[in-house]
Design a protein around this ligand. Sequence first.
Ligand code: MSP
Length: 639
Amino acid sequence: MPKRFYITTPIYYVNSVPHVGTTLTTVICDIIARYRKMRGDEVKFLTGTDENGLKIMEAAEKQGLAPQALVDKISQQFVEIFGAMNVAYDDFIRTTEPRHIRAAQEFFRVLKEKGHIYLGTYEGWYDVSTETFFKEADLVDGKSPDGNDVTWVSEENYFFRLSAFEQPLLDYIENTPGFLQPETRKNEVVSFIKQGLRDMCITRSNPGWGIPVPGDNSRVIYVWFDALINYIAGTGWPDAGYENIWPADVHYMAKEIFTRFHATLWPAMLMGMELPLPKTVIAHGWFNFGDTKMSKSKGNVIAPLELAAEIVEKSGCAHPQSVDAVRWSLATLLPYEGDTNFTREEVDKRYNVDLANDLGNALNRTLSMAHKFVGGVVPDVAPEPEAIEAIRQVKIAFEQAMQDFRIHQAADSALSVVRFLNKYIDTRAPWNLAKNNDPALPAVLRSMLQCLRATEALIRPIMPWTADALAEQLNHLPLAGWDGLDQTNTLLAGTKLGEPKPLFPRMEPPKPAPKPEKPAQPAKPKAPEPPAEIAIDDFMKIKLRVGRVLEAEPIQGSDKLLKLQVMIGEEKRQIVAGIKANYTPVDLIGRQVIVLANLKPVTLRGVESQGMLLAATDENGGAILLQPDREAPEGTGVK
Ligand code: MSP
């Protein structure tokens, strides 16, 4: 049986419900797990909750609950929120489960038997909020280095001989490239170890909550010591068969629990057990909110599902797309090396720029043009080599980024197919090919559709529901597996394509508060009649240009207006036109128009209009657009 690709998130404290910060690592690991599954790997993706420790006891006391009742309640909320975020974990471990308790006690027993655990007296400071021991010399103004309150502990306890692993750890890190990532954090670990490792107190006197030390009910195992063991408990250890899963391929977490715990203590514990070490331990930075880390204790958290609901409210997109938009933000804003300020403005920007504009336009233009120019079916021709090469390059870049666990870069690569497609449409100009009966037209349309098919696969690990929606609009089953991504046989010639439906309607800026009612105004004076004669100089003030409509979409909430992107020479203009009653977006894409190009911009329904289209007025007041009698280069002056 091939060994499974095994990926883990930290297990989360159940003293508070998940927020965008705690959801980040789990969604990032979900993206990696989904990608590996698409590649055909057997994957085990483990997440879960950390339920022992004083922190939890205190939280339960504060809420007037028994610890078990609190952990059951909050752990269930993690399950529900991760489910709602479409996280497809394979296993969810709780440290109050028998399989974990058994593994933790056995681990302790074997380490003790091997001489790595001894009884001694502990005197020092304890920070309940991070469940960490500190020496007097570590304190800053009487608090932990993170600024938390500490309490004095003086007890007879068990110690883990961490000091004995100083050199073996340094040797292992040096000889195992890629073990600790990214490189900058690896260097921090090396200096931390080089400062000297002290033996670690790994038990506390039993407060009535926690995993008892085997054979000694008066003490419980220190919560960090038990928590780390979850990773191997999740494989079934100590029962046979765990070797099909262990060692983990990736432990992913944020930086605050990397150096001391995941990159030092845990590998030392495994060395003591003579068990193989995880292949990669990797830490990302923090999502900050303002200047501080987003965390429940700071009261500055954003709940992922509330964020999704806000997106629905602001854009009108469907619920699955709003969840995908949150996942997209988590992926693109991943603080890989530094920290990121996670704000609603940034989320809205990613939504509008990446999803509504880049992805939305590519989808809308491709399907609209396929309907307009090739009968709404997949053309029975090969795509152009240029497009296939672009897809191939993106696939390579995406794979490399995933290999390096740089999920933000993978997301960017996924979108680069869409950016290629939008540019390809502009340069290959299918409307010109159609007008000139150019035989290249079907291959160009096929290339455009092929780019969408590749996009479906590339975004799937990040936005699975949107990938399904894209496949549905292409009227194909979801692309099976990863390898088909750059193949040309993944679209069935002759298949009737779906109608383009915007998946991510643009978020419009918030409407200004309604103005207080004004007293009745006198009727507006009618626009003055133009003078009977004007001088040619007056006419020359008007800049008229030939333009080409590249994109067209309705404006939400308006039954008159369409929003157009119009090319005038090298320049792209956004124009809002009151022509919805007479033209559909599909009628307009590719059409030449005459633009009044030096009109002062105005904002209509919150959308800026940078020009006006010339049109005659029909008997019902509708628009009849003016168009050059024959094709003229875009940007050509009109007089
Ligand atoms: N229970 C321990 C972990 C034990 S693992 C054997 C713990 N739990 S925690 O609930 O505090 O979760 C910490 C983890 O949540 C971080 O390492 C990170 O994965 C995630 N994050 C929590 N807040 C975050 C941010 N504001 N930014 C980035 N990651 C965030 O520590």
